[in-house]
Design a protein around this ligand. Sequence first.
Ligand code: BGC
Length: 768
Amino acid sequence: MHLRRNFALALFAGGLLAAAGTPAGAQARLFSPAARQKAEALLKQMTLDEKIGQLNQSAGIVMPGVSTTKPDDMIAKGGVGSILWQMNVKEINRLQHIAVEKSRLHIPILFGFDVIHGYRTIFPVPLAMASSWDPSVEEQAQRLAGQDARAAGIEWTFTPMVDIARDARWGRIVEGAGEDPFLGSAMAQAQVRGFQGAKLGPDSVMVCVKHFAGYGAADGGRDYDSSYVPEELMRNVYLRPFHAAEQAGAGSFMSAYMDLNDVPASGNHWLLTDVLRKDWGFQGLVLTDAFAVKSLQTHGFAKDPEDAAYKAISAGVNMDMASLTYSQNLAQLVKEGKVSEAYIDQMVLPILEAKYDLGLFEHPYVDESKVEAMLNRPEGLALERKLAGRSMVLLRNQNRALPLSKDLKKIAIIGPMADSTRDIEGGWTVEGLFGPGGKNHPVTVLAGIRNKLGPGAQITLVAGPQPSKIYPGLVDSITGVKPTPPPTPEETANWIAKAKAAAADADVVVAVMGETPNMSGEAASRATLDLPGIQEQMLEAAVATGKPVVLVLLNGRPLDMRWASEHVPAILDAWYPGTEGGNAVADVLFGDVNPGGKLPVSWPRVAGAEPLYYNHNLTHEPEDAPEFTSRYWDMNSKPLYPFGYGLSYTTFQFANLRLSKTRMTAADTSEVSVDVTNTGPVPGDAVAQIYIHQRYGSASRPVRQLEGFKRIALQPGETKTLTFPLGRNELQFWDPQTKRWLVEPSAFDVWAGGDSTASLHADLTVTQ
Ligand code: BGC
């Protein structure tokens, strides 16, 4: 019943598009008119079962607990619209041949996979790429990843993850762009452009923007836990990068696992229909996260599988990922009159349109002879090294400890990540998921330093024990690897003594430490942010020798750096820098690349300070009041390193902040200009950041919010003037009282500078 209403709404929304007051502009059609025509004609020939088949995404592999047989028979009957988790090119072609040759209507399968930060050449993890504060880093990386993936038969990627993450305990912080909606929106759009190009076509890979929505607000930072996010916070913060991706032409969205305000996201009509389709006018398709239709029952939301299918499809889910709940229940729902066939048609249409626009009907098969040459293009590795260098953040550099001299003769390298090919690329790699066999040759930090210094330098490695997730009985579900038990006290003492001896004998110590990739990512949340294992003890031992120590972090989240931030002279956060990561780290350590990355997150001192984010509201007591503040009494409540922060081997000055209009109406735009000068000795990149604050109005507004940024290269002594708009897009917010987007008459603070504590200030007045 309800579905007829939804169908009408969907059609209505298609005409309305950007609802009044939302930041949406006029929206072009997502799919081409030709694709629409062909899809409609094809739909007319399809039986109900064939239509339901298109709404099913099946696992392409036999996997315990997922599928006991290959999907061949189902494909031949037209029962599979898409396949995921299949990377073998020969198998992709074999399955496609069944679809195209044996199914009645010859509809090709759409192959999807998580191409998150590279296919064979692995780029820095998304949190690292966001640290570049250069959207073209994401765009270039995802373009190359998309070309590789497409050549290898993947036409759909479950990227970008645009979840706002305000809590480093949440493991999936590594997969996104951090805490800020403005930076996150820029990174989201860059990824859409990188994968899809200007429009979906035979060379593009369709994106799937995930996890819609509010997933990063998980209670306690525990993955999958409930999110409670009021509508104003959803609209003003969590939904912004999603909307930006939608406006950039994203072809699909993925509904999240968790419940949002008690309603599971994969059965959430408000999210999937009211916001996504009605307000934003989205014309593409929604896929659930894996098994999320089935798990509507686990949530205690659906009575049985039929009810789960009903709730998901009526909320607005087009395709069921892997749970087969649609395949097994939708026909019955149509028979019972609970779901109309017209509504099913509406859900199938964008899937067929995508297949037409992606060129699957013309070229359904992979040209196997071309795959290896494509994946091994040398420009991939060169690009990776360059982008990795742009993504690193220099957190500390006392007395110019960095860059290191290339004449160093004796280096001690300590730490379990230093020479581990498994750890340099981070999670979500094809090889990581499917075991060795890919042809990656990841460069470790040790190898990178060796490459840089040549055979003349004496390098001593003291790795120490590999830290592992210590959790009784825990076995990595994908690799089957059991955690190694922690070292005994004797082993610990032994490693520490070795680290100390190597450090004492060296000119410089490079400690490469952090977390193994499986410590962040999905289902990998933490209650503490400590350096796991005995790493900090080894670090302390090296520092105690008095030798200069440089800490290179490989990590998927901010870690507790309270001790290191006071005792280790230099800290370089390399995140997980990718296949060429070790060479890129060496480029930065030895000064061939001047670091210019900035933090996309506020770096907490301890886990107990989370969620910690710079764009919080003012409270009833000023932040610096002597007492009765809401801040902690047992620790500095400010981040260890603020959002937007990062050092360089040179210095910058921001000056001459001015507005083209200091007083204007709500319909107007003022241009903010600022001069940035390289005041130091070497060329380097600055990131100019613009923050605003609305002083009063219908709601409390964040103490600061980023509304403009630009990364620029400057020669020593050079000055550039940068200009940013401040108009409706930047000044408006979703008003919780009137439930609409507003630019209010008010006084605004404007700051410009190199991080979120910038002090260069100007005033803007907005009148009626
Ligand atoms: C993850 C998604 C991913 C999907 C398919 C899920 O477990 O939450 O991010 O895209 O698996 O691999």
